[in-house]
Design a binder for this molecule. Sequence first.
Ligand code: PRX
Length: 631
Amino acid sequence: METEINSIESYKNIYQKSITNTEEFWAEVASDYEWIKPWNKVFTGSFEEANISWFNEAKLNISSNCLDKNLKENGDKTALIWEPNNPNDATIKWTYKDLYIQTCKLANGLKSLGVVKGDRVCIYMPMIPEAVASMLACARIGAIHTVVFAGFSSSALADRINDCGCKVIITADAFYRGEKKIDLKTITDEAISNCPSIEKRIIYIHSNEPLVWIHELDINYHELIENQSNECKAEAMDSEDPLFILYTSGSTGKPKGLVHTSAGYMVYVGYTFAQVFQYKSGDIHWCTADIGWITGHSYIVYGPLLNGATTVLFEGIPTYPAADRNWEIVDKHQVNIFYTAPTAIRSLLAYGESPLENKKLDSLKILGTVGEPINEEAWAWYNKHIGKDNCPIVDTWWQTETGGILISPIAGITPLKPTFATLPMPGVLPILVDEHGNTVLGNGVEGNLCIAKPWPAIARSIYGDHKRYIETYLTIYKGHYFTGDGSKRDADGYYKITGRVDDVINVSGHRIGTGEVEDAINEHSIVIESAIVAYPHDIKGQGLYAFIICNANYMDEYALTNEIKAIVADKIGAFAKPDKIQIVKNLPKTRSGKIMRRILRKIAENDDSNFGDTSTLIDSSVVESIWEKRK
Ligand code: PRX
């Protein structure tokens, strides 16, 4: 069966076959990979029973598929180009052979510390090549990696380590993001003091400042790998053995550790990388995400490496030392595929076209966006000034839970429609559902987005809480996976994602749960209650607006606001700080005690045109008093 998409007709044929002959389709895709033992059944299970399983009884190792498989013909090919934060520092290029050796040495080092298959290893690293080697080293020995974005605070890090009981943490001494120093050693010192499961901390010396080592705990990364063998036999993983856990925000305060498994994730991510970006041998691929998010896992590390591609890893930020940094990197490394977030585009658009002077950008073939809806203006600017009206823009919709891209144009093949994610990937069956759970048929319609058929890379569980997994994703619309997003399907059958329909807010493409931020704010001694809602933000897409009730003895509002922001930075990370804070006497609540967020959202948006029915509120005058102060 044909699986490579190379024309609109082939997309239609392949899509049709993938839906009617799903198992045959994925078996064909999977035949491109190296299996230690073949599967005996491509798929079993159902959404109803929450027991999805792909490539049953097969054995494989994803790190072998990323490395060993490519060594045979492409050992000297560049696997990874590292661009440092400071442009005056040297770029590092690792070939597939280099990455293989670095991975094997670290894998052996982890083994020497007693790490075995199934152990959890936390990776809290800057964007450096060793972070990629760390992920692959875990995968190689069957340890489950949990990468935590190095912008999370010590307390958020400790929560994640404790939730999945990590035995080892791999980190660095410190790094710079732009001009800001991130002191990972100190942050992990604080976190580990509350993490009884951590036995060892491996520290990569990156910024070379004096360190106080903790004798029993710490190991120098360089020393750990120095005398290890260059070879490490890859563990034969069962298809459904967990590969990694990645935390993301949900409707409640507690983040969810999504569990991704070995075979299905590998097959799906490798396939979607090749198809969506129409990867051609020799292409240089740059995804600007952080490896701490799913985009970094799937389209910086696993997707490109499974395809033998060259992937760019950038340590810094687009505005350092100046707002032309991204474009400089594109020219410097002759990037062919550039994949970024709408927030980054909006923030660079705000600098105008002067950062583009003297930039050629002529290596670019394909552009992508991910993580949040893109607005018309940002799309048009990206298309004209970066793509020079000559590069298809793939607006890829997917989630931490989905593992890989589910809805997206196929670059240069399926039609684009600005601000639309357009059409589903092969094997993916999106449906729209109304509030009563009925499927909305036909085109020119809107509803909650569900996926009606399991696909190989769907997360199989929430670590330690399968019940929450079932309740969050598989119960609301029985027999379907519920995404938490709203969507339109236009007259042509193209999907446009309209945003979250639950208590999750997408700030600069970072997914933040309102409950998480509220829990952090409520820890302030004079806060009685808080409610967070989203409001439209020119750069970030959505901003966080906090309504806060304080007890009588609060001091001056300015000081309090700063303290609230500091507490959120401390509990979660600076990226989750509220943009606006309003102190209120009361919150609009129904008789059953539920906060009417719909009204708060309107107030945050500075819109009093229609607060809707307020008759169910205990006290409707609350709305007026909040609005008066907002004005
Ligand atoms: O609301 C959707 C939005 O990001 C959410 C998933 O966030 P996360 O798990 O952090 O993964 C982000 C990277 C894959 C979705 O529920 N989202 C993601 N991509 C798009 C998007 N919204 C609109 N258009 C997209 N292309």
